[in-house]
Design a protein around this ligand. Structure first.
Ligand code: URA
Length: 276
């Protein structure tokens, strides 16, 4: 994570870089450099001084630090309970979408541009679950519409399963800044919304893309290599059992083309299961 701070005010001819005044031209150059380096998200308008925080933390005794940590834990467990309670009120996907959009219990919402809710056929036999929206999904507001989504579409087409026949969603409806891995707390707060989507869709098969999705839904810590390619079971709160198949995430396949054959086999298994 980048911990630099750059402040550029509209009506001045200078900027402030890590607390030091710099010429506007230099400030612009620094900004361009961030963009070239791939920085595509900012976390706040107030630039925190992380070094000062570190110094304070190291001089504080653990007794003073602990309440802040437990306050954070309390806040996220309260948010989880709130999410769970809200979900029970949602009788349709539209209700649920409106609830997710109005839910403020996950901080990711405030750095994201869009709430990316599930998309597709509400009566789908196949529900596809990924991790979290990326930059394209955050911009467009739909899951799997970027490079990973294009590969996913091709794999689905190869087994005669058009994207429009599926329901596609993510564990998290908001993009973590810079595509960082979501924290356990963020996943926990958003999971009730996903569980409710599963209950409302009632798919025949859940296809889990990548370890994060599979670990969150199946509540385990297994690696994707251990899980992929075999049918497991997801049990809803009402005790209904749904077949769940994990496979590699398309983003991983874009980086590791050698694994595509295994993913192809997984998609064939999916096709056979749907034909049963
Ligand atoms: N990766 C995901 O896990 N989900 C998306 O929607 C896009 C990329």
């Amino acid at each position: 994570m980048c911990k630099d701070s750059l402040y550029i005010a509209k009506k001045t001819d200078y900027g402030i870089y890590n607390g030091t005044e710099v010429k506007m031209e230099d400030a612009q150059n620094i900004l361009n450099w961030y963009i070239l380096a791939g920085v595509d998200a900012i976390c706040g308008e107030e630039a925190p001084n992380y070094l000062a925080c570190k110094e304070t933390a190291s001089t504080e005794n653990s007794a003073t630090v602990r309440p802040a940590t437990s306050l954070l834990a309390q806040t996220s467990s309260a948010a989880c309970m709130q999410a769970r309670d809200l979900c029970q009120k949602a009788q349709t996907l539209d209700d649920l979408k409106a609830l997710v959009e109005s839910f403020d219990g996950c901080a990711l919402k405030f750095s994201a541009n869009s709430t990316v809710f599930g998309y597709g056929n509400p009566k789908a036999e196949v529900m596809i679950i990924g991790e979290a929206p990326g930059a394209d999904e955050d911009r467009i507001g739909e899951p799997f519409v970027g490079r990973s989504g294009h590969l996913l579409d091709k794999m689905l087409q190869a087994v005669n399963l058009p994207r429009e026949d599926c329901y596609i969603t993510n564990i998290l409806p908001w993009r973590p800044p810079g595509n960082r891995t979501p924290t356990d707390g963020e996943v926990a707060v958003c999971l009730p919304f996903l569980y409710r989507q599963i209950e409302l869709i009632k798919p025949k098969v859940i296809l889990l893309l990548g370890a994060s999705a599979a670990n969150a839904v199946l509540d385990n810590h297994d690696s994707i290599s251990q899980m992929r390619g075999r049918f497991m079971e997801y049990t809803t709160a009402n005790g209904e059992k749904i077949a769940a198949l994990a496979t590699f995430h398309p983003a991983y396949l874009l980086r590791s083309a050698g694994q595509k054959a295994k993913a192809w086999n997984d998609f064939l298994r999916l096709q056979n299961k749907l034909a049963e």
